[in-house]
Design a binder for this molecule. Sequence first.
Ligand code: IVH
Length: 678
Amino acid sequence: MMFNLFENEELKNEALAEAERLRKELRHHEYLYYVKDAPEITDAEYDRLMVRLREIEAEYPEDVPADSPTQRVGGKVSPEFTEVKHLTPLLSLGNAFSAEELRAFDERVRNGLPAGSSVEYVMEPKIDGLACSLVYENGKLVRAATRGDGVVGENVTANVRTIRAIPLTLTVPEGGEVPELLDVRGEVYMPRHEFMRLNEERAEKGEAEFANPRNAAAGSLRQLDPQVTAKRSLSFFAYNVGNGALEKHSDSLAMLKGYGFKVSENYKVVPDIEAAIKFIEEFDAKRSSLAYDTDGAVIKVNAVYQQRILGATGKDPRWAIAFKFPPEQAETTLEDIVWRVGRTGVLTPTAVLTPVKLSGSVVSRATLHNEDFIREKGICIGDRVIINKAGEIIPEVLRVVEGKRTGEEVPVVIPIECPECGWKVERQGSEAAIRCTNPHCPALGREGLIHFVSRDAMNIEGCGPSVINQLIDSELVRDAADLYSLNKEDLLKLERMGEKSADNLLKAIEASKENELDKLLFGLGIRHVGAKVARILAEEFGTVEKLMAAEHEQLAAIRDIGGKIAESVVTWLSVPSNIDLLERLAKAGLKMEFATRATSEGNPFFGKTLVFTGTLPTLGRAEAQTMAQDVGAKVSGSVSKKTDYVIAGAEAGSKLEKATKLGVTVIDEATFLQMLKE
Ligand code: IVH
């Protein structure tokens, strides 16, 4: 009895120590991925570490710390946001629109300081998101609030905890002190690619799209259900410190960086206002290439004692100002509207415009999103319209210039038939989207093929939309499998297809056969199966046959899959023409497997249960476990009759004893490494 108690205690300690190591490792990888943008492990590897940590935490739920990476999404759905009084007000910023106004600001600053003071400025991008205050007590995030009216904001702690660029615990360098109180201010924002992805997804579902990344960020943060926020991939740039600032603002920024925050890589300390103006010019030239939206630059007095002397007028500090770039807009004529059918049958209206220059490029098309958008804006054909770059990427019709109407404008006719196949279109329930009802609409095939060859799917270079269109029009290709029976002669019949391009295209088609299963699954365009879900399915099942044999419940039980996706996969895989397509793809020589699993089946650890104990001479515990899981082994925390192998290192304790008692095979690290290769 005594022995058992002791053994349990030891097991527990070992498990808790492992959990802590995993947390450290996961935090490190989150930092590399979300803050540094430089991941060192794959998503699958990250997921495995997470699964292992969840396993241990499920066994010892009373020992799960609030800042564990598993605890990011744990908050409950609340009926409303509570109010929070900020420790010190969150100020806003005055605006400047020209170099002259910036020089006037500099003069006001110098006039407000003792004569002869030299003033250094810090220049930062003005991120287009929403301001947030994050309060850390003894290094732990205890509260997050939106700006609100500057004095009182909304408590959004549960939602902010889901943002992985925000540390739940500050990283304090060894020997450094954990600050008792730190109030970090910054901008919650949505990266551009995420904004585009989200809008695409919403359009597919027939939901209203967000007008720009700022609205999308605000809409995602102000969600009563943190689970929704968690799915939106928000990020955060820290740009100010409320309580706990250092003597210079630039030092505070460096300190924030050290604590594990994302600080804009584009900030700069400048010696005077002329250098500040130069920074703005240089920044304007590069801001369109950033991964996030900016609407200006912020100029701040660097010395905090000077900031104190200057103070604030109302809500705006006298020591900082925002330089706003002019909105990128242009006026042109809307000549026509074309309705394009997407790969899920949704009809999207696009405005055909008289070409006009907008932020450095000539624009002749703009998105109109859906029928509701056209009605809300009261758009007619022939209207003069103002266009801008929503999210600074895709042009969008902002409004109609009603004063310029001539009476010749023609109201927009919403199609009742599919422009591709003539079938009836319909609007389902409250959906904003109209869809073609023909399951065999040629647009589905064409758009599906464009998706199949796209970069994140099968990545067949040299096979752009115009090649696909020609292949379909010339009846050389009907579906994805036909691509694999193309020959050079066929390709040479296409317009602008020379010998060399034809050779290259054939090579690219051939090479795509070697793609892993996840690329193929994504490329098939199964509804709700995005790149990430495809990867999960490929990892989970390893081969197409196994996926085809999976039942709804089995699929729905997989993390991140759920009922809706499971339903969609099962349905897709039960359609005879889809099964036929998969068979023809297999026959064409596509790999149809996921390598790590496929090559693992012959491995001695495949499907076996392993337990690690003691300190291994070269491998870290998590590393060794990942390697085992990579070849299809299950890793467990305790030894039982079901254990197949115990891998024991130095100072292995009770687990080793138990293994010996139960007659479980015990191996050392060298043997483990050797067997992994088999
Ligand atoms: S400093 C006292 N720095 O702009 C200074 N604000 O128009 C307060 N913003 O409410 C703000 N990027 O949401 C600062 N680098 C930056 C910023 C920034 C974006 C936002 C912030 C603020 C708004 C004022």
